[in-house]
Design a protein around this ligand. Structure first.
Ligand SMILES: Nc1ncnc2c1ncn2[C@@H]1O[C@H](COP(=O)(O)OP(=O)(O)OP(=O)(O)O)[C@@H](O)[C@H]1O
Ligand SMILES: [Mg+2]
Length: 273
């Protein structure tokens, strides 16, 4: 596959996640209002152990897509398959970090991050040492007993991130995980996520508004149009992992950034129906 070229699918074998022609509308807000068409036939794949990013204008339906993959919503039509199995409407099949951290206010940080393991039936005895280790690696050492309202937005995001990581699922869906972080912390967390993803062997599907974040981390990038969303572009990112800030200065990186920027600018120009 050529760098930056429009590519059509995961190379070889059954993808871990396959979305086929997903359509989703929501009822209009008022009585008699027309339905709002959000997703208009979205098809994408994530291979086993692959890192895939989704870029798209605000309101294009990225979170809706994640809620569909997570089984919180049902598609109007189309298929959602994980490892070849239809998982539409099934919860708990993927690790999910929602756009809003959604930590439980009555649980402290440690108990919040242990939730994913708890739901998966992993004993506290087994899960706790790992949870404590990951909290330290996420810069939250010493915050184990704090409650969510005592944390900054960025700290809540990191706790939510660790919670998603501690589940056993092979696919992690991360919805703008670093949106609330300052630029330096964000870069640190991006590089951390990159190395952790490599270590874990799991697949990641990442929603981001940052072209640089997508290029720094992902093997492939999908660009969605404005709503009703379709896939406008699929780009392969050529660099091997681990990547670093040094990659961002390469002429190839700059070219790809411009290519994605142009597609996104066009995506925003698509009139919203
Ligand atoms: N439960 C719902 N009922 C009605 N409309 C909804 C619902 N959820 C989402 N929408 C609409 O669907 C569209 C897509 O929303 P979504 O949150 O998926 O966008 P997004 O791409 O994640 O945006 P952002 O980048 O700002 O997070 C928006 O117009 C939103 O108002
Ligand atoms: Mg969103």
């Amino acid at each position: 596959m050529k760098e930056g070229a429009h590519v059509s699918a995961v190379t070889g074998g059954e993808p871990l996640l396959a979305l086929e022609h997903i359509r989703k509308s929501f009822p209009g807000a008022g009585k008699g209002d027309a339905a709002v068409k959000v997703l208009d036939g979205v098809t994408l794949q994530v291979g086993s152990g692959e890192f895939v990013a989704i870029l798209g204008p605000s309101g294009s339906g990225k979170t809706t897509l994640f809620r569909l993959i997570g089984g919180l919503l049902q598609p109007d039509s189309g298929a959602i398959r994980l490892g070849g199995e239809d998982i539409a409407g099934q919860r708990g099949r993927i690790g999910y970090m929602p756009q809003q951290p959604s930590l439980l206010p009555w649980r402290n940080v440690l108990d919040n991050v242990l939730m994913a393991a708890e739901i998966a039936g992993i004993s506290r005895k087994e899960a706790e040492p790992k949870a404590r280790e990951w909290l330290v690696r996420a810069g939250l050492g010493g915050c184990e007993s704090a409650y969510p309202h005592e944390l900054s937005g960025g700290m809540q995001q990191r706790a939510s991130f660790v919670r998603a990581l501690l589940g056993p699922q092979q696919l992690l869906c991360l919805d703008e995980p670093f949106g609330a972080l300052d630029a330096m912390t964000r870069l640190e967390m991006q590089l951390w996520l990159g190395s952790l993803w490599q270590e874990s062997g799991r697949a990641v599907l990442l929603v981001t508004h940052s072209i640089d974040e997508a290029l720094l981390l992902a093997d492939r990038v999908y660009v969605l149009s404005a709503k009703p969303a379709t896939v406008l572009e699929e780009v392969k990112v050529p660099w091997p992992h681990p990547r670093s800030e040094a990659n961002m200065a390469e002429p190839q990186f700059v070219r790809l950034r411009q290519q994605l920027y142009d597609v996104l600018r066009k995506a925003k120009e698509v009139p919203q129906r």
